[in-house]
Structures are given as structure tokens and as C-alpha cells.
Design a protein around this ligand. Structure first.
Ligand code: GLN
Length: 311
């Protein structure tokens, strides 16, 4: 049996098949050859290798976290009044289905239309309060202060015509209720939150254990919400490659265009890790759909080797 280190090395080499995201200029500047993996099990054992100190921005991974936080604060039913739970098969920033859906409700919270809607629902009287609540939620889970990458944030602000169009379209259908620019600002800020693979894997572990941190015993969200979030990750979390990923990898996962992937797994003995496991990978070279090439390869290989698919 090959070691996890072996899979990390093999997957890292495949970064040449992808490129860093260019539509947000600051993301294009990353070294495409970087690769880091962290896995933490329910006993606190961890596997950590590669460029583990590298920070990267959440981007679309923030979508699953803001969704969970919104559901925890407002209740699942309230959030699902504004966003559905159906995959689209379209790219993450597609606008096309908003016109063909009853009431213009976004198909799911893992695409930009749904995530911007969720951002608009976050509790708080100002955009600062809305974002601060989300940050606090993340800080409690990771036990680390949250900071945003100002360069990435500003870089996205000036290239955001597509997201702005989506948001105003949502507003015209009364799906987005508050101030459009404020909702967009919360969304861009959450996308620009800096994270590393250690903190991301910890969030994965909490998700894997249905909202309770198995190491500290602290409960962050309910099992009902965890179940919906993981179902959405599996069906919609890897953009319009979610079907292939569910078929050939089979682990609920969420990716971001900065090259991060958050996954959950369970195994009796994966090179010393056992029970519920949170997995985070970071490799900034992404494929045409927006998923990290090395991250997908690594998850595919370990899924086959350790039979990690939930199916
Ligand atoms: N901030 C990015 C955007 O809205 C996030 C997209 C992503 O990671 N797929 O375009």
C-alpha cells in the first residue's frame, strides 16, 4: 500500500495540468506548484504535509460556512425559503437559471447566486455586523483570529461585474431583500477570508462529526444542518464537476477558485487516522471548471485506496 505522502507527491506533480485563477487578478500571482494537505481525526491525530503554512482565501468554500451559519442563526426553513437545494450543472457564476425558476430563487447556496442571497440574509443591522458574526463563528471553530486578504478582496471588487449583475437580478425578483451593495460586500469579504489547511481541516472535522467538535465537545451547529450542508457539498460543492466527483471520489467536498478543497471522511485506520476525519487540501492550479487539480487527484487516489466514498 502506498503511503499518504506518496499520494501527496504524485498529486502535486499534476499541478501542471491546471493554472491559477486569472479572473481575480490577485489569485493569478500564486505559485501554481504549491500543495498542502491536512487531515485531522476525531481523536486529534493529524496528517500534515507540504506547504502547510501557506495562507489562501476561502473563495467558494465560504459558501458552505455562511450557509451553515445562516441556518444556525435563522433556522433551516427560513433560509430555504430564499435558496433551493438543487444542483444546476452550470458554472458557479452562471445567471441563466435565475430567469427560468419560479420566483427567481437560486438553485442552491453553493453557486454565486445562492451564496450572495445567503450573505444578504446574515443577521446584523450593518454589513460590518453581518460579516463580524460570520467571522466570529469561524473563529470559534478554528480557535484562530480571522483576517481578510485585502489585496484579493480589492482585486475581486474591481472585477465583480458578473456577481453584481447576479445580485441586482436577485434584487429585481425580491429574493435579495436588503441593500445589494452591502450583500455583495459581505460576500466578497467572506471569499477573501484567509485560511490555512490546518484550520480548514478542523472545520471539516466538525462537519464530519455533525456540528460537534469531537476534540473539545463544543457544538457549533445542529445535525440537521450538517446533513443538509453535506448533501449540498456532495451534489453541488464541486461546481459543474459535482456529479463526476460524487461518482469517482464520493466524499462531500467544497472547493474554491483559490485552490482549496474542504472534505469530510470516515475510516477505521487511514495511516493511523481513525473515526471521523476532516480533510483540507490546497493547490492553487485549478482546472477549467475551477477545482484544484492536485486536490482532486489526491482525494481521488485516497478515496480509491481507502474506500472513502460514502457509496
Ligand atoms: N469570489 C469568487 C467569485 O465570486 C468565488 C468563486 C469560486 O471560488 N468559485 O467569483
Amino acid at each position: 500500500m502506498a503511503t499518504l505522502e506518496h499520494y501527496v507527491k504524485e498529486s502535486q506533480q499534476l499541478h501542471v495540468l491546471g493554472e491559477t485563477a486569472s479572473y481575480i487578478p490577485a489569485l493569478a500571482e500564486r505559485d501554481p506548484g504549491q500543495f498542502a494537505v491536512c487531515m485531522i481525526d476525531e481523536h486529534g491525530n493529524s496528517f500534515l504535509t507540504g506547504d502547510v503554512e501557506e495562507k489562501f482565501t476561502f473563495q467558494s468554500i465560504s459558501k458552505v460556512i455562511s450557509f451553515i451559519y445562516a441556518c444556525e442563526q435563522l433556522g433551516l426553513d427560513q433560509v430555504l425559503e430564499f435558496v433551493d437545494v438543487e444542483p444546476t450543472g452550470d458554472s458557479f457564476n452562471s445567471i441563466i437559471r435565475l430567469e427560468n425558476t419560479e420566483f427567481g430563487k437560486p438553485f442552491n447556496p453553493m453557486i454565486n447566486a445562492g451564496a450572495i442571497t445567503v450573505s444578504s440574509l446574515l443577521p446584523g443591522d450593518t454589513k460590518e455586523e453581518m460579516f463580524a458574526g460570520l467571522c466570529q463563528f469561524i473563529e470559534q471553530m478554528t480557535e484562530q483570529p480571522v483576517a481578510i486578504d485585502e489585496v484579493v478582496y480589492k482585486s475581486e471588487l474591481v472585477t465583480a461585474n458578473r456577481n453584481r449583475s447576479i445580485a441586482y437580478y436577485l434584487k429585481s425578483n425580491d429574493i435579495l431583500r436588503g441593500n445589494v451593495e452591502e450583500a455583495l460586500d459581505v460576500y466578497f469579504r467572506q471569499c477573501a477570508i484567509e485560511i490555512n489547511v490546518k484550520c480548514l481541516a478542523r472545520i471539516g472535522l466538525i462537519l464530519s462529526n455533525d456540528g460537534e467538535d469531537p476534540i473539545t465537545g463544543e457544538v457549533f451547529f445542529s445535525k440537521d444542518i450538517a446533513r443538509v450542508a453535506k448533501a449540498l457539498m456532495l451534489t453541488c460543492g464541486m461546481y459543474n464537476a459535482s456529479g463526476k466527483f460524487a461518482t469517482f471520489v464520493g466524499m462531500p467536498s467544497k472547493s474554491g477558485v483559490s485552490g482549496g478543497i474542504l472534505s469530510v471522511a470516515e475510516h477505521p485506520d487511514m495511516q493511523g487516522l481513525n473515526g471521523k476525519i476532516g480533510i483540507a487540501t490546497f493547490g492553487p492550479a485549478i482546472d477549467a471548471i475551477g477545482n484544484s487539480v492536485s486536490g482532486i487527484e489526491f482525494l481521488k487516489r485516497i478515496s480509491i485506496e481507502y474506500d472513502l466514498s460514502i457509496f
